[in-house]
Design a protein around this ligand. Structure first.
Ligand SMILES: [Zn+2]
Length: 206
């Protein structure tokens, strides 16, 4: 059995000053902390909808991010626009396996893992299932940690552009696809922020 939760005992912790407050009016939205007057709230089950909406918006942005060109390169007079996967293939063919791998991980592996993980967390929180609570808690922390590194592909385009310009090899310019990549990163981070990890532990234990 799960140990009792603060809400079962009529207690709510203030997320600003940390004081444990007696929640004698459960369900009333304007309850405030007795010390710092910050609004008090328990587990935010009402944010699941917002989290889903942000995740779906990220999924939609992921399509143009992959279909539209992310950069324009002009080397020795020949100009061409390339999508992120064409860029990966180009780096791989030219022998820059490391850069190709980094871009592939940052632009395909990381976002897809985040989509699946967040979707899984949201579905299991909605169903209040006791299924693998501990593993789900680890998954949530993983999404948080990965969030800091997600701008990697945007950074790679910036670094490649700087390299090409420094060596005067030609010209590189970012294209609209990279904006959608940025949007995917921001939207998935916001979606993860809306998700209350305490939802993992709500519902009956088996
Ligand atoms: Zn407080």
């Amino acid at each position: 059995m799960l140990p009792p939760q603060a809400s079962h005992m009529g207690l709510t912790r203030c997320h600003i000053c940390g004081m444990t407050c007696v929640n004698d009016r459960p369900g009333i939205g304007d309850l405030r902390c007795g010390r710092c007057r910050a609004p008090l709230h328990g587990v935010r089950a009402d944010r699941i909808g917002a989290s889903w909406a942000l995740l779906l918006a990220a999924l939609i942005c992921y399509i143009p991010a992959n279909v539209m060109p992310v950069m324009y390169t002009q080397l020795l007079g020949n100009g061409s626009e390339s999508t992120i996967l064409q860029g990966v293939a180009e780096f791989w063919r030219s022998g820059s396996y490391g850069i190709a791998l980094v871009i592939f991980i940052a632009s395909v592996v990381v976002p897809c893992t985040k989509f699946v993980t967040l979707g899984l967390l949201l579905v299991s929180a909605q169903r209040k299932t006791p299924w693998k609570r501990r593993e789900r808690a680890v998954l949530y922390r993983l999404v948080e940690v990965v969030g800091y590194w997600s701008m990697l592909d945007v950074l790679v385009v910036a670094v490649v552009a700087a390299l090409v310009k420094f060596r005067a090899l030609g010209d590189v310019e970012p294209r609209v696809g990279i904006l959608f990549f940025g949007a995917v990163v921001i939207l998935t981070m916001l979606s993860a922020m809306q998700f209350d990890p305490r939802l993992n532990w709500s519902g009956e234990d088996s």
